[in-house]
Design a protein around this ligand. Structure first.
Ligand code: KG4
Ligand code: ZN
Length: 359
């Protein structure tokens, strides 16, 4: 079962060929980070144009690296949402054209489901029911996931918690920008925070006081903004920041605040819902401190913890292919009228209050 998959939901032009949903024959990623870095964030119009330029060569490279021809493929999959509409349309339309010209079935994949499937390459036997914490630049969602296996059966998702304001990755990117660090902020803050003392500067712990299983990062971000303003902190690059203990402490404190917020809500959900495992995925799942803290705390409460290796944390087509293969195996193909949906939902219902899960 050979599936070619195309992912262009944001600022990565990616294509992969995956056999049987698990064996990665190729995984090609063109990152537009350098293009968007001067703006401190992704510029949608520029992203679509760069996808247009790169999509042909990237798909060809994915086929060449995998040593397969289009004729050998069983299906073509593409991300159909959520994401930037212009970016999504480039990948989905390219996949449609290939599927139409070569008479191949077409599968439309939800990007967030792809992130959840990113753990399946290394952990094909996840213990369900599970909690899935998806933390990226655009999303911070906690899903209740039910299934018998992580194989090709349908996974059932219920949204139990989400951010009330910024996504976790967005908070990293904004804080990095405030201090003059490069885009994307996550990796650079992760590196620098290791050099600081997270307890040196007290950060307010955001309290989600009701029973909702939500997250909030704007308070922590605003605390950094206030310090930058009050102390008149000028922008400094990574090199200069390394020799500034105060900034390192500030970044360490910020990161600890984000990680504690993520764990506090996840722990509340775990206590209430009693999952068998926790799945971490999305760009912020690359964060070393987050993985360390979640691993420690999950071990303490006897909860299995799975996270993808770094190459599968940020956007890639292999994870979308894994989710796409599962859909294809279930016969969930789409026609040429399939549309991209920038706000595509994954979960059933909009349950975020947690009331249904009161134990
Ligand atoms: O999943 P992703 O590639 O794109 C979206 O779907 O949004 O996630 C990108 C986000 C960015 O905000 C980036 O700053 C963050 O993931 N990120 C990290 C780390 N690596 C990437 N955040 C914290 N620590 C990291 N090591
Ligand atoms: Zn993503």
């Amino acid at each position: 079962m050979l599936v070619l998959c195309i992912e262009t939901s944001c600022d990565e032009t990616a294509a992969a060929v995956v056999r049987d949903g698990r064996e990665i024959l190729s995984n090609v990623i063109h990152s537009q980070v350098k293009t968007h870095a001067p703006y401190g964030g992704v510029v949608p119009e520029i992203a679509s144009r760069e996808h247009l330029l790169k999509i042909g060569p990237i798909v060809q490279k994915a086929l060449d690296d995998a040593h397969v021809r289009i004729d050998d493929l069983d299906a073509i999959a593409a991300t159909a949402g959520p994401g930037l509409i212009g970016s999504l349309l480039v990948g989905l339309t390219y996949a449609k054209a290939l599927a139409f010209a070569k008479h191949k079935p077409l599968v439309a994949v939800n990007h967030i489901e792809g992130h959840i499937y990113s753990i399946c390459f290394e952990h094909p036997h996840v213990e369900f029911p599970a909690l899935a914490l998806v933390v990226s630049g655009g999303h911070t969602n906690l899903f209740w996931v039910e299934s018998e296996t992580c194989g090709f059966s349908r996974l059932k998702y219920t949204l139990v918690g989400k951010t009330r304001d910024d996504a976790a990755g967005e908070a990293y990117d904004k804080v990095a920008k405030l201090l003059g660090l490069s885009y994307p902020g996550g990796p650079v803050v992760d590196r620098l925070a290791k050099l600081g003392n997270s307890r040196a500067i007290p950060f307010p712990m955001v309290k989600i006081s009701d029973r909702a299983l939500d997250f909030s990062f704007s308070g922590i971000k605003t605390a950094v903004l206030r310090m930058v303003k009050n102390e008149g902190l000028e922008p400094r690059d990574e090199e200069a920041t390394r020799t500034d203990p105060h900034r390192l402490d500030l970044l360490a404190g910020f990161q600890e605040g984000v990680v504690n917020m993520l764990w506090a809500t996840t722990a509340k959900a775990a206590a209430r819902l009693q999952p068998r495992s926790l799945i971490l995925s999305g760009g912020v799942a690359a964060n070393s401190r987050l993985k360390e803290v979640l691993a420690e705390r999950c071990a303490a409460i006897g909860l299995k913890f799975h996270f993808p290796k770094p190459v599968f944390t940020t956007d890639n087509a292999a994870m979308i292919a894994a989710a796409g293969t599962a859909k294809f195996m279930r016969g969930e193909t789409v026609g040429m009228d399939a549309d991209a949906d920038p706000n595509m939902r994954l979960a059933i219902g909009k349950e975020t209050s947690g009331k249904r899960y009161r134990t």
